[in-house]
Design a protein around this ligand. Structure first.
Ligand SMILES: [Mg+2]
Length: 329
């Protein structure tokens, strides 16, 4: 039966992006408030309802149950450099908030290997920290095996390459062929079976994102079961959503890599005046009070209300919501 009203209140936010990212000029989502605090539910619009309902599960758990006990008080983070010009890349590095690791996007549609080499060389010219790259599955197997050693040389050594190719089989083949460590992101987050990465020895580490993987506790279980080092990354959220990533990173038994959680700078307008931006390359572990949510137009309000109800109906039909919310719903 379709839910006529939701058992929780929500607020919609929307912001322009400072830099086009993931093909987006704007980002929007909802914030929900529960007894444990505020949380974010913001599946991208190209995600269908079943996939989006994992994001709702994550938000409900955060708002109703809260976060596990942290084992560290701050989280080292990387600065993210989109697939932009060498000049813009250097400008982003100049504003890195003390980050000692840079993640550079490569293999962007419409760009060449030379564009990637130029961007990496430009970053290396002005930055002596660690450099990692993220191809977002933009190469095929041969292109990855050809490109990675060249980019490794341009960087003076890469920390790792994230999702060079799309399939687990290709990841495993690339990992055998190149010396640079391989991180799995899309193969964990959008896969029917995230454990295939481990079964096929396809990665040296995994990227975990709280919302797509259904919550902080689901991520902790996955990390423990897979047994590989974890990098926690954002799904391009406001400071409220980043707070959940910080909670995951703070409660992992081991954290050996800087996390991809310094992304609220990509928002022109955040939902709080107390943003989660890095100082000395780290984010603090602290709660966020959304005090600057701006009203959005009625159409967007209505679209989110419909989508949330659909996500809720799907979640209620497929999962035990009481388990997710500690018996509250
Ligand atoms: Mg990635």
């Amino acid at each position: 039966m379709r839910a006529t009203s939701l058992p929780f209140a929500h607020r919609v936010y929307r912001t322009r992006m400072t830099t086009r990212f993931r093909g987006l000029d704007y980002r929007d989502g909802v914030l929900i408030e529960g007894p444990a605090g505020w949380s974010e539910v913001s599946p991208f619009w190209d995600y269908d309802i079943p996939e989006s309902s994992a994001w709702l599960a994550a938000g409900l758990e955060s708002a109703y149950v809260g976060y596990p006990e942290p084992v560290r008080a701050s989280i080292p983070v990387n600065v993210t450099v989109p697939a932009t010009t060498p000049e813009k890349a250097q400008a982003i590095i100049a504003r890195r908030g003390g980050c000692e690791t840079a993640k550079i996007k490569v293999a962007e549609k419409g760009q060449s290997l030379d564009d990637d080499l130029d961007r990496i060389a430009a970053v290396r010219d002005v930055f002596d920290g660690k450099i990692r790259i993220d191809a977002n599955a933009g190469w095929d197997r041969n292109a990855a095996i050809h490109s990675i050693p060249l980019l490794d040389r341009a960087a003076g050594g890469l920390e790792y390459v994230e999702q060079p190719v799309s399939t687990v089989e290709d990841l495993a083949a690339v990992r055998k062929a190149v010396a640079v460590p391989i991180a799995a992101d899309e193969s964990i987050r959008r896969a029917e079976d995230p454990y295939r990465v481990a079964k096929h020895d396809a990665a040296d580490l995994i990227v975990c994102k709280v919302q797509p993987l259904g919550g902080v506790r689901a991520c902790l279980r996955l990390a423990q079961d897979i047994g590989l080092p974890v990098v926690v990354s954002s799904a391009l959220e406001s400071s409220v959503g980043i707070r959940a990533g910080v909670a995951l990173a703070a409660s992992l038994p081991e954290l050996n890599y800087a996390c991809g959680l310094a992304t609220v700078q990509l928002f022109e307008h955040d939902v709080t005046s107390d943003r989660l931006v890095p100082t000395a390359g780290e984010l603090p572990v602290r709660d966020i009070d959304p005090d600057t949510i701006e009203p959005v137009d009625e159409e967007l309000e209505a679209r989110w209300a419909t989508r949330l109800r659909d996500m809720w109906d799907h979640l209620a039909a497929t999962r035990n919501v009481s388990d997710i919310t500690g018996g509250a719903l």
